[in-house]
Structure formats: C-alpha cells, structure tokens
Design a protein around this ligand. Structure first.
Ligand code: PSU
Ligand code: MN
Length: 298
C-alpha cells in the first residue's frame, strides 16, 4: 500500500491519526459539495491537532492519505469510480483499477495500516423491506477492532434491524452525549445505545478493555448531528418513505441503492438533508480527532 509521507511519519511517531473514507466522496453527494465535505472533514481533523488519512484505491494500489489533487480528482469523477467494499478489493487490486472505499473497505485498509480511529457519516445496515440486503459494513464492524465515529446508521435503512445486528455481532454501541443510537439526519432514533459516554477518554477506556479481552469487534461511537442542522424524524420520514418506494418501483438493488436514496432524499427535502449530512460529517471528524488524541495521551 502507498502511505502518504505525513501519515507514515505520524504512524512511526505514534501521533493521532483519523482515517476517512472515499465512498462518501464519489457516491455520497454530487460535485462540488462532495469535495467541500471531504476538505472540511480533513480541516476539522487538523484543527483539533490530528492528521487525516483519506483512503481509496488508485491504479490498483491502496492509498492511505490522499493528497488534495487526488481528492479533487475522485470528487470530480463521482459515481464513475467503483464503490469498493470487501468483496471488491481483490478485483480492483488485481485489475489496477480505482476504487472509492466504503466504511467496510476503508476499515480493512485503515486497520492494516495501523490507524485506530475512523470517521464517517452513517454506516450501512439492513435495507427497509429487503432483510437480505445487508451492508458489508456490519460484517466488517464485527471483526475489525477500530473505533468508528458516525451518526448511527443511515436513516433510510431499517434502523431496528440494523441495531439488532450490531448487538448480535458484539459491537459495543456508544452514544456520545446521548443515551440513544443516533438516526443520521435526526438526533434520536428511539433505539438505545449500550452506554452513554461524554468524553474521548471514556471511548479510549472501552476500546482498551475490548483489546485486553482479545475481542475483535469495532467500538461504534454514535454522535448526533449538531442540533441546528438536524432534520427531525417526522419531517424527513415522508421523504425517506417516498425515496424507498421509488427505488423499489425502479427495481433498484445492490450497491446502487444507497447512493440513489441519498440523492432522492436530498431533492425531496430541498437540500436540507445535504446540510444535515455535511454538518454531521464535519462534526464526526472533529470528535474522531479528539478520540485519536486521547489515545496518544496515555
Ligand atoms: N456516510 C455518509 N454518506 C455515505 C456513506 C456514509 O454520510 O455515502 C457510505 C459509506 O461508505 C457506507 C456506504 O459504507 O455509504 C453504505 O453503502 P451500502 O449500503 O451499499 O453498504
Ligand atoms: Mn446493500
């Protein structure tokens, strides 16, 4: 894998690092908002004093820490870059292709590189009305001992079923400043976190206890979207329901479903979902950086 010199130096020196993913750049949102979000996440990590490592596959090589030009290039190309989960990694590597890594794909590469903390928006999960369409993100969370900072699972999913799967997989779900598992665009889902934490140090303590036990599941840190930018559930739910039924009518399936729903919900909410998504991404990057710093303070 190609590790950016700044990231390499930080790894060697034991400095705070935060992994960031590239599917949300290529498939999460259109240009140039996607570029602005990617840049704002990197800036948020740096503002706290940690180093960002945005991850993708370029020309068949995993890249840990994209430079500005590489991020811009991926942002411009958008959905033409292959969305890359666990099952896609061997294919893009063998064929020398580019890949935008999902939560799942990014966790694999970040963990291999030695990064402990990763920030994204919302994890994948069980799709509404399609109990067998389950994101590989959940499988990866069950077997990769990182700390993943997110705003819960994307609200367009079956959140009850997704929450149950996390429990079955042995993934500790932490509510950061909340008792609940956040619902992406909305601060509350009505579903419980396993524990409430209020400081980065508490996250580090739980992660270290997990390591001492030799458990391999990720620690999931659910951070609610900042209140000023949230879309209350009762407001966003009609848009989600309409987008999901359109996807069903169109016979959409597989990895195209999530990008389609995100884009359709953005249209139906006149861009308010995009504002919430942007806000939570930047906030999650900031929280992840604080956690990464707390790891280095032991
Ligand atoms: N968070 C966002 N926007 C996104 C994603 C997360 O705010 O687009 C991406 C992540 O890469 C996640 C993927 O892994 O959505 C889930 O895709 P699927 O449901 O096909 O597994
Ligand atoms: Mn799927």
């Amino acid at each position: 894998m190609h590790i950016h010199p700044e990231v390499k130096e930080a790894l060697d020196a034991g400095k705070a690092l935060v992994a960031l993913e590239s599917t949300l750049i290529c498939h999460g949102r259109a240009y140039p908002g996607n570029l602005q979000a990617a840049q704002a996440m990197e800036e948020a990590v740096r503002a706290v004093g940690a180093i960002p490592a945005t991850i993708a596959v370029l020309d068949g090589q995993p890249v840990i820490g994209l430079d500005d030009a590489q991020i811009e290039n991926l942002a411009r190309r958008g959905q033409s870059v292959r969305k890359c989960s666990r099952r896609d990694l061997p294919i893009v590597l063998a064929r020398g292709l580019d890949g935008a890594t999902t939560v799942c794909g990014t966790m694999i590469l970040a963990h291999q590189a030695g990064i402990r903390v990763f920030a994204t928006g919302g994890i994948g999960g069980v799709h509404r009305g399609h109990p067998f369409d389950v994101s590989a993100d959940l499988e990866e969370l069950a077997r990769t001992p990182m700390v993943l900072v997110c705003s819960g699972a994307k609200a367009l999913l079956d959140l009850d079923a997704t929450r149950e799967r996390l429990e079955t997989s042995g993934v500790p779900v932490l509510g950061y400043g909340t008792d609940q598992f956040p619902a992406f665009y909305s601060r509350e889902s009505g579903l419980p976190a396993d524990v409430r934490v209020d400081t980065p140090e508490e996250v580090v303590a739980i992660s270290q206890a997990r390591d001492r036990l030799g458990l391999w599941a990720a620690v999931l840190v659910g951070v609610p979207v900042p209140s000023g930018d949230e879309l209350p559930r009762e407001e966003v739910e009609p848009a989600i329901a309409e987008a999901v039924s359109q996807a069903d009518e169109m016979g959409m399936h597989g990895k195209a479903v999530t990008p389609f729903l995100l884009a359709r919900i953005a249209e139906l909410t006149q861009g308010r979902s995009v504002r919430a998504n942007h806000s939570l991404l930047v906030n999650n990057a900031r929280v992840a950086a604080r956690i990464a710093l707390a790891f280095t303070a032991e």
